[in-house]
Structure formats: structure tokens, C-alpha cells
Write a protein that binds this ligand. Sequence first.
Ligand SMILES: Nc1ncnc2c1ncn2[C@@H]1O[C@H](COP(=O)(O)OP(=O)(O)OP(=O)(O)O)[C@@H](O)[C@H]1O
Length: 506
Amino acid sequence: MTPRLLGNSLFLTPPYASILLRNTPGFSRGLTNLPPSTDPSSIGGMISTVAERLGVGELATGGLQLAVIGGFIAGARYFSGFFFDFMKKKTVVTAQFDSSDESFSWILNWLSEHPYAQQATQFSVSTTITRAGQRLTGEGLDAMLPPVYFLPAHGMVHFFTYKNRLLWLTRERPQTSTGAPAVAGNAIMERIQISTIGRSRTVLQNLVFDAQKQFIERDRSRTVVFAGDQYGAWRRTRSRPKRPLGTIVIPSNVKQHLIDDTKEFLASEQWYSDRGIPYRRGYLLYGEPGSGKTSFVYSMAGELGQNIYVVNLSSKGLTDDVLTELLSDTPSRCILLIEDVDAAFVQRSRGDSTIGNNITFSGLLNAIDGNHPEKLDEALIRPGRIDVRIHFGNATKHQAEELFTKFYPHLESNHISRLASQFAAKIPDNQFSMAHLQGFLMVHKKHPDQALNLIDDWIRQQSEQNGATATTTATTTASPAIEASEEMLHTNATEPLMQSPPKTQT
Ligand SMILES: Nc1ncnc2c1ncn2[C@@H]1O[C@H](COP(=O)(O)OP(=O)(O)OP(=O)(O)O)[C@@H](O)[C@H]1O
């Protein structure tokens, strides 16, 4: 191999030239062993001639040859890469999807349903479709089995067709300049690139829109839940089948009132805008654990066709700034679910300025109000922040009866309503949470008669256990947090189940 030939091949076939350079270990050694050429038509010969005219010695002539050839090759490599990129830009369109973005999930979902992914011989198997490490789980057809997604494998090129066009795809994990895997959030970043020949990007754009539509379609019958992370970004965490409101057992007048209230709110954006009032409505759900507060929010989300954005005030890493960032970044229409708000009341009543870990009460108000410092001294519960308060208590007899009936929908209605009223008659009012009763009925989910026969024993057992717990609690000092929160709950326990401050709209 002579430098001249190599030089020619570099310019004539750019892509191969760079491979040649990388894969020819003897090349540099061969170069250093080259004697100064005497052929005047070769590059070496030309250099020798120039060197002779300049009166340079033989050793120096060899060095000069090396320098010129080295420069020549470096230049050739640079220009070949440049040329290759230039040609690629002119002839290939590429769409890139990073796992830090929502669109990555659309593409993965689309790919998992594309015939190519079903037939590919090199494929990866996943039980989740991840976006920056966030799991989309629990979406299998069978609730007991996780879903399985078949996806094109990493680190290779996959060819497939879309609308009669040949496309190719690569899936890779990008690296940082130090060679470490790039991360997005707390997960290793992934990148998908889809390319096709041509200069028009219409085909790739259509693919993206198809993928988006398919993804949204899948979500239509589901409620999608996003959680705020410590960087102030919303991450999709899961989607759940919509829970019908009928499965939530609370007084029907309250339920209906809330449905009407929220629907009216959703229809009055213009009204708020005309009066310069912030377009939001706050609902405070408070009361006993396991009384259906969270379930009710999810059902309302399904009923209203809204997604849920959850911030937990006790989560680590949540600061005032992060909270403000999150709340200012919610979509114009959504349900913002702020969990553990009681932490705010409890610690404020103790005189603490911080809630949970790193956020302050004023920071919370700030974030809710859209960052208006002049409102900081106002309490959290006032119309405009919290417009409706709903108390969720332990199960009443009436709720127990309804829960029982809903548990056995397949049984003959007269029979089941007779059993249900007998069951309810045995349940003491306001003693057990709905979650607790649900747990008992789950054990007898196929045997309502058995449930009725065993409920007395269960109540006795629970009362004994509770008695033991109560004694233990009485002998230990209750934490100030518990005392304070009790105070607040008791104040409201005598109120009707739902209270609504005077409406702003008349
Ligand atoms: N009123 C209710 N109607 C129907 N199911 C209920 C009701 N209350 C509780 N449940 C059931 O009990 C379980 C727990 O309910 P949920 O998580 O909604 O309670 P919660 O009030 O939000 O509790 P916590 O305050 O501890 O978060 C759920 O499976 C739910 O189906």
C-alpha cells in the first residue's frame, strides 16, 4: 500500500477511508519506515524535489514527507467526514426521541404494536415502557400479570416499513464526554433515532402523530397520573382504568353536588378570565384514613376526563422552588392533587415554619397562588384557595349496606338487599373505615352468607384489638403532630359532610 493509493482511496470513497485508517494497524509503522521516494511523480518524489531545491538533507526530507503526508491524511479524514455528513443531511431525514421526553413513550408504545417488533429476531422484552425510568405498569389485560412489551433490541439498526417507505431505527444509550452513560432524572438515558431516505420529513412527522394518537387512544379509558420530581418536572408514573364514581360510597347528594360543581367550573373559564380571577377551584378532602378520599379524586378525574398531577408535601427533595416550578408547569386543565396537606396544618400550628422536609408554609401558599408574596400571610383555607371542604368519615350503616350490595352484583337483587341490610344492622356507625370493611368483604368475596355469619366475630376481634391499641397509645405520650391534627379534624367533624364557601359566581 503506497501513500498515493491510500490518498486516492480516501478522497474517492470517503466512508471506507475512515474505516481503512482505523483498521490498518501497520499503517503508521509502514509510514515511518518509508524511504524518501525518488519517483518524481509520487508525493514523496515531489517533496524530495522541493527539498533538494531548498538544499535540505535526506533525513529532514523524510521528516518533511511524513509531515506533509500526515497533514494530507488528517485533512482527508476531516473532509471525508464533512462530506459524508453533508451528503447524509442532503439525503436522509432523521427524527430523534430522548427518554427524557414524553414523546419517547409514544414511540415505544407504537413500536411495541408495530408488526416489525412482533417479528424481529433481535428484540428486547420489557414489562414497562419507560420514560426516564418512570414505569408505566399495571396495564396488562390481566390485573394479576404485568404487561409484556416486545421492542427492537438496543445497539443495532432495525429496518422496517411504514406507509410503504423504508425506515431504519437505532436504539442506544448516549454517553457523556467522559464515556459514562448519560442520565435523565435518575435513570440512564435512552435515545431512539428513526431515519428514512429523502428530504421531506412528512413521513416521520406522520409517524409521530400516529404514535401520539395511538398513545392517547390507549389512555382514553384510563386516568393518567403524573408525579412531581425533585427537579420540578412532571413524570408520568402510571395510568389506571377509570374508576366509575358509582363504586365510591358516599352520600349521593354530596356526590352529585360535586359533579355539578366541578362541571360548572370547567365550563366557566371565560367567566373567571373576564373578572381577572385565577381560574382554579380548590377542594379540601379531609377525614379518616381509608375513607375514600384518594379513590374519590381518581373517580372524579375519570368522570371529568382529566389527568392527575400529584405532589406529596412530605416527599424528600421538595423545596419551595421546586413546588413553585411544578405548580406553574401544570397543564391548563388538570386535577392537581396535593397530598399530605395536613402536614402543613400540623406543623404550622406547632409554630414550625417548614412542612415535611424542605418546604415552608409560605412557600406552599406562594406556589398555590402563583407566586404572589403579598398574599403570604393569608391562611391556606380561604375561598379562592379552598372553595369546598368535604369531610370523609368512617363508615355509617348506610355506607356499609351499599358497600355490601356493590360487592355481590351478580346475585339476585332481593336476596342481596336482604343480606345487605342485615349486614349493615350489625355494623356500628362511624367505627370502622370503609377500607377496613372492604378488607373484610374481600376475604368473603364469593360468599355473602359467610360474610354475614362471620361479621359479629370480626367486629368483636377488631374491638379487642383496638382496645389493646388504645391502651398502648394512652400510656405513651402522643406526638404533638397527632394532637394538632386531631384538633383540626375534630373541629370539622361536627360540620356537615360538605361545606362550600359562598360561590364567587352568582
Ligand atoms: N367511601 C368509599 N367507597 C368505596 N370504597 C372505599 C371508600 N373508602 C375507602 N374505600 C376503599 O378503601 C381503599 C382505601 O381508600 P382510599 O385510599 O381512597 O382512602 P383515603 O381516605 O384516601 O385513605 P388515606 O387517608 O389513608 O390516604 C380503597 O381500595 C377504596 O376502594
